[in-house]
Each structure stands twice: as C-alpha cells, then as structure tokens.
Design a protein around this ligand. Structure first.
Ligand code: BEZ
Ligand code: FE
Length: 293
C-alpha cells in the first residue's frame, strides 16, 4: 500500500492532502499546474462555502457547457472569454516590445482559407451596410515598411453575423479577405462599417451572462491576423471608439491602442475620387510587428 505523509483529509488541510498525492514521476509542469489549481479551487470553495445544491448547479452548468460544444461551437472558450481568462492568457503570451501593436482575442469565427485578394478589393459581398475604406501600413518597430506582410481580415455584416453563422444566407467568404503588402508596406481594402453584435448567447454561457446582469455584446470591430517572415504573428482587432459597448466588451478585448478613428467622409470631391455614390467611412490604422524572438 502506498503511504502518504499529509495525514487524513480535513477541512483545514484539504488542498495539501490532495496535492500531496501527486506522484514523484508526474510530469513537472502537470504537477505544478494541478497543485496551483487544487490550491486555488480549495481556497475558492472555502470562501464560497457552497451548499450541496449550489455545487450540483455548478456541475450541471459545466455539463451543459460540454453538451453545447462541438466542432463548430466551443462553449468552454466562450466561458473563458466572458470570465476574462482568454484575454489574460493572451496578455501573458503576447508581451510586446515597446512600439509594437497590441494583440487581442482571436474569437471563434476565423477561417483559414479566405481568398487572397488584390489590394483595394471590396470584401463586402452582400452589399449591406455603410461602405468603409480601411487602409494603413504594416511597419516594423523601427518604423520601416514591411514588404510581403500577409493581412487576414474578417468582420460581421451589417446584421451583426459572420458569414459562417449564416451559411446559405450570406455569400461564402462575405467580409473576409487576405491581402499582401508591396514594398511600401501599405494595405487598403473596402468593407462595411461594422456594428456591435452579441457573442453566441443561446447556451449556458449566455444564460450565465444574463444571470450576472451582463449583456452579451462586443463593440464594433474588425479582426486582423498580420504576419510576415521574421516577425511575430499579430492577432488583433481595431475598434470603433464611438460604439456604445466600447467600455463593456463582453469578452474584455478592447485596448486603448486598438481604438481607430471611423471617419465619415461627406465631401463631394472625396466621394467622387473614391468612386462612391454617397458618404462613406474611412479608417486609417497602422500595425507594427514585433521581431521574432
Ligand atoms: C469575435 O469577436 O468574433 C468573438 C470573440 C470572442 C467570443 C465570441 C466572438
Ligand atoms: Fe468579432
């Protein structure tokens, strides 16, 4: 029989008794992780003092969260998102050198095979929403343009849905595209002015949000993955600073440096020069990539 030194389980020594049973040949990282989880979980349970009924409610919630998850829907990631854990993991893993653009959550709606398009292309295939010109430069931390940078963008349509959420309703690859910079490092494409939209809230995580007095909305944004040889990949967004949910993103993805200016262009000359028939929005935003470490 295996002997252990921590004694029998009591309310006081509970965490030590459990971590004391981690075997000596356990992978050191797993041992470290499990010891921390047990320590903090036991501390939380001691603070909360749940009733048996409350504990069962928690177990049922986790069970429903699992049942709601499949290849297309990841309810656990959504749970991590609304608790700020996704953003914390992102922050820990993306500490950037000074001057480099900041990252934010990837979200569940990126697809890897969006079409590569010529600079200046319009990614809005359903014709909905206010036209928006998005342009800027991809730079290194010395302020030099990066040639051959890949810019993968995606956004919701004017109804607040990604194409993959409305298969058969939106055209495939609506509001998605991949662009590559030339030697001047610039990028430019047309999209539609984004709107705030709810994260998928028809499952247990949406119910939890409601029970906590929280809304499910994300402020209007465009997603970007910017990559180039010799640089760290940047997963980020730009946000509309005038959005009503900018201060209360359901997943805590907003950072000061990611606020862009969404300018309404009403000048007739500019409208004509841009081949538009009416007012449009313009966003100018540069991204600075950190060198690969
Ligand atoms: C998104 O912005 O696409 C997103 C991010 C986190 C959860 C749900 C959606
Ligand atoms: Fe999004």
């Amino acid at each position: 029989m295996t002997t252990r030194n921590q004694g029998y389980f009591t309310e006081e020594n509970s965490a030590e008794v459990v971590t004391g049973q981690i075997g000596p040949d356990t992978d050191p990282r797993l041992a470290e992780v499990m010891a921390a989880i047990v320590k903090h979980m036991h501390a939380a349970v001691k603070e909360i003092e749940p009733t048996q009924e409350e504990w069962l409610t928690a177990i049922k919630f986790l069970t429903e969260t699992g049942h709601k998850s499949d290849d297309w829907r990841q309810e656990y990631i959504l749970l991590s998102d609304i608790l700020g854990v996704s953003m914390l993991v992102d922050a820990i893993n993306n500490r950037k050198p000074s001057g480099a653009s900041e990252s934010t959550v990837l979200g569940p709606f990126h697809i890897p095979d969006a079409p590569e398009l010529p600079m200046g292309a319009n990614i809005c295939l359903d014709g909905k929403g206010a036209p928006m010109l998005i342009k800027g430069r991809i730079l290194n931390t010395k302020g030099e343009p990066i040639s051959g940078a890949k810019i993968d963008v995606w956004q919701t349509n004017d109804d607040g849905f990604y194409d993959v959420q409305q298969k058969g309703i939106q055209p495939d690859f609506n509001l998605r595209g991949v662009f590559r910079t030339g030697s001047d490092g610039t990028y430019t494409f047309w999209g539609a002015k984004p709107r705030f939209y709810p994260i998928p809230d028809d499952g247990p995580v949406g119910k939890l949000l409601g029970n906590m007095g929280r809304h499910p909305f994300r402020p209007a944004h465009l997603h970007y993955i910017v990559s180039a040889d010799g640089y760290e990949e940047l997963v980020t967004h730009i946000f509309d600073p005038d959005d009503e949910y900018i201060g209360s993103d359901a997943v805590f993805g907003v950072k000061e440096s990611l606020l862009a200016k969404f300018e309404l262009i009403e000048d007739a000359e500019q409208i004509k020069a841009a081949n538009q028939t009416g007012p449009y929005y313009e966003v100018v935003h540069d991204f600075v990539l950190a060198p690969e470490s």
